[in-house]
Design a protein around this ligand. Structure first.
Ligand SMILES: [Zn+2]
Length: 157
């Protein structure tokens, strides 16, 4: 088995300085924009198509940021929506039923109605929060933070 004795830091090629520039869009701004359903890149309130409740724009009309990044990208937002529905709505109803606040019939009807209504109400927030969490952990993927792409360079860095 080979033993690594020293670690060398390889300097960047001549003419290419390492990117030490501060990000134009900070993580705080990404969270603020995500919580208010705005584009994480430019701040425009255009994640959803105008006049619709549930139709997401494929890209931001103002800055061109891809919102529908890949097929299945928003699978996580459905998981988020499901989790918040379970933990934030159905679990409290179950607890209230168990402590005797509701009868079984009232709890079942309330849980059934809430399980249908709440995910629809939370839909827009779950999409925005999922996009926010992606760029919160990978802020350099925002076009405002990474700058121009070189020809042939993947936008995922
Ligand atoms: Zn934008």
């Amino acid at each position: 088995m080979p033993v690594i004795r020293e670690v060398r830091v390889i300097p960047p090629p001549p003419g290419e300085a390492p990117d030490q520039s501060p990000m134009k869009v900070s993580k705080t701004l990404i969270v603020t924009r995500g919580l208010t359903h705005r584009c994480p890149n430019c701040g425009a309130k255009k994640l959803f198509k105008e006049g619709t409740l549930f139709r997401l724009n494929a890209a931001c009309p103002d800055c061109g940021l891809l919102i529908e990044r890949d097929e299945g990208f928003f699978l996580g937002s459905m998981t988020l929506n499901y989790g918040v529905t379970i933990l934030g709505v159905l679990l409290p109803i179950l607890i209230l039923y168990l402590v005797g606040a509701f009868s079984g019939v009232v709890a079942a009807v309330l849980a059934g109605v809430s399980a249908i209504i709440f995910p629809m109400v939370f839909y827009r927030a779950s999409r925005s929060w999922w996009l926010m969490s992606y760029y919160f952990f990978l802020p350099k993927h925002l076009p405002a933070n990474r700058g121009e792409l070189a020809p042939g360079q993947d936008e995922n860095i």
